[in-house]
Design a protein around this ligand. Sequence first.
Ligand code: ADP
Ligand code: MG
Length: 322
Amino acid sequence: MTRSGEFDLIRDVFAPLAEAPGALGLADDAALVHIPAGRELVVTADTLIEGVHFLMNDPADLIARKALRVNLSDLASKGARPDYYFLCLSLASWVDDSWLTRFGEGLAADQKSYGVSLMGGDTTATPGPLTISITAMGSVEAGRMIKRSGAHAGDLVFVTGTIGDAGAGLAVLNGASASADRGSLIRRYQLPEPRTGLGQKLVPLAHASVDISDGLMADLGHVAAASGLRIVVDAARVPLSEGVRALWGSNATAAARAATSGDDYEIAFTAPYGARGAVAALSSETGIAISEIGRVEPGEGIDLLNEAGRAMPLQSLGFRHF
Ligand code: ADP
Ligand code: MG
């Protein structure tokens, strides 16, 4: 295996990704970010660790894209337009030049898809596992970021796309009986699709919003807590893909499993009843399904209701790191 020195790596792999003028070609101590008048920065960070979030043998380009996309999903849920990202790498001893080249190719592909530029970062070596930390920056019109805390009693609750696919993909990777949709489920686990365009269009519609990383119930629970209200979700209305139905079924128990499995990177949001038509129009315009799944009420906590309207007992609301 060969690995170039730190400065060759920055010059050969990372500098070509530093497309924005403010990145200064990665040849300065810091980047320069211009904030247009009337806009605010929206900033988020996420870390991926070998053995926890990915495995050594996973394709390097997919690891890179997932690391970037989980951050872009956070920005999308805030209604922000993504602009820049910073990359901090702690390289394990097994990482060689060919791995790093492929990692850079993954970033290059997604920079094109999402219109973002690398702005800087840091590179170190570690005796421990490979650790990838990305900080992404975007912007919104000043005062318009969609927070978790903005829900109103009486709001409807919506979610984009389908729920549980990534969790089912992970189950398939761990040996669950394979359905015809095996490939697409695994794909949704390995490569999230942040709702970047749709998220920005939620700014005039949504009162509160969150991206689903830990699980639909867990993340909507954060919206309920931050807003000081209760959220109820109807199990029968949780959108399940064909693949999830084939693997887990389509009853309330399957919905509960999907709604607590995580890694969906869809957006859950609340909006007033009067926004229903606009939400449907946004779904047609973007070609992304948006399902009405529940409502916001006075009170606290979050419940998943079965067909009889009773709260289902859930072992956990979603994934927890510790
Ligand atoms: P400093 O010693 O001032 O922290 P470095 O020598 O670590 O600077 O980095 C030099 C330049 O290369 C800086 O512009 C930094 O942002 C950039 N850089 C270093 N590592 C990375 C990386 N993994 N991804 C992107 N840019 C990087
Ligand atoms: Mg440094």
